[in-house]
Design a protein around this ligand. Structure first.
Ligand SMILES: *Cc1c(COP(=O)(O)O)cnc(C)c1O
Length: 364
């Protein structure tokens, strides 16, 4: 007898490693491993989730019409060009499955977001990982990797886990140099946190071309990672494809209600931005003062470089001993680094003290 077997490439996929949330035996854990916002769920969104409960026996609005309208108003975009997903990951999969496939290559940067590799391989594409320069996507090297088989390029901006940010001008130059048949996916999951003036989240380039999309999420600054909701802004032809292939009810009743309410929460994004603008530099400076290298970044996290995988593992273990969970990123080709989310003021203090004490004890 023969058991069912998937296509062979499926078994080359390593499951996505999520940030851990618990340390067995610790009486308090500080979770700085998944870049969730520092302030929990917006109060209006909590109320909306509760209020949605009694209507949850009905299927959701498959087109997420009210949410798309609210997003259109919030960001000045045409709601007809917005598609919602069960997290932006959902949409990243749909891009790979629709535009990738056997004989259709996908290009990403070596330390790019790991879902691109997982979803691309799932689709049957060859996924080409292009080495970076100074922890930043090397756009010229990515262009050099383009062949007639290339159909999709993923760029997270800012990137996770490195935090690196590409200026609007460079992204536009990159788009212009890519062949027209290549879909460029700009993953702007951390857009709300960026303070750099040369940044654009991508909507302008989506408007200016018919082969560029921008993805966004409610999982970071909006504090709704557990509800699974994201969206993309795309040209009409791509919107049409997504609406053919996505799950017809991919965003739940509660998720749609929560997202609409989160957009209406007064001052929520401003609070997250102000906190991050103050505490990301504090976290970075504190870790640097402990004698460690921190790569500059624009997200709600920093990447700490411990030099060797051994030191990174030891620091991770030391922090765990105090109930602090950061993210090991060996799966991103960065075993010598740890990614640390900007938590609350108290959590940032605990993380800084943790790294400082680790360095003290490792010097002996
Ligand atoms: C967190 C994150 C996402 C968002 O994923 P969701 O599925 O929307 O929760 C997408 N891209 C990057 C680079 C991320 O870090």
């Amino acid at each position: 007898m023969t058991n069912p077997s998937p296509r062979p490439e499926i078994l080359t996929i390593h499951s996505y490693v999520a940030g851990e949330s618990d340390i067995p035996g610790a009486n308090r854990t500080v979770k700085l491993s998944s870049n969730e916002g520092a302030f929990g769920v917006p109060p209006l969104a909590q109320a909306a989730i509760v209020a949605a409960a009694s209507g949850a026996y009905r299927y959701p609005d498959g087109g997420a019409g009210r949410l798309r309208s609210a997003l259109g108003v919030r960001w000045g975009l045409d709601p007809a060009r917005i598609v919602c997903g069960a997290g932006s990951d959902d949409l990243l999969y749909q891009f790979c499955l629709s535009y990738g496939g056997p004989g259709r290559d996908i290009i990403m940067s070596a330390h790019g977001f790991s879902i691109y590799r997982i979803a691309g391989t799932y689709a049957g594409s060859r996924v080409i990982e292009v080495p970076e320069r100074a922890m930043t996507a090397d756009l010229d090297a990515m262009l050099a990797a383009v062949s007639p088989a290339t159909r999709l390029v993923f760029l997270a901006n800012p990137n996770n886990p490195t935090g690196s940010m590409l200026p609007e001008r460079e992204v536009a130059r990159f788009r212009a140099a890519l062949p027209p048949e290549v879909l460029l996916v700009l993953d702007s999951a951390y857009a709300e946190y960026v303070t750099h003036p040369a940044y654009d989240a991508g909507a302008k380039l989506v408007d200016a071309t018919d082969n560029t999309v921008m993805t966004r999420t409610f999982s970071k600054i909006y504090g709704l990672g557990g509800m699974r909701i994201g969206w993309c802004y795309a040209p009409p032809g791509i919107v049409d494809v997504l609406n053919r292939v996505r799950g017809p009810f991919n965003v739940s009743v509660a998720a749609q209600a929560a997202a609409i309410a989160a957009l209406a929460e007064p001052g929520w994004v401003e609070k997250g931005q102000a906190h991050n603008a103050e505490y990301r530099p504090r976290l970075a400076a504190g870790v640097e003062a402990a004698g460690l290298k921190v790569w500059p970044g624009e997200g709600n996290f920093v990447m700490v470089d411990l030099g060797t995988a051994g030191m990174a593992d030891a620091a991770d273990l030391f922090l765990r001993g105090r109930g602090i969970i950061v993210r090991k990123i060996g799966g991103y080709g960065l075993p010598q680094c740890l990614r640390v989310t900007v938590g609350t003021a108290e959590e940032v203090g605990l993380a800084v003290d943790g790294f400082a004490d680790f360095m003290r004890q490792s010097r002996g």
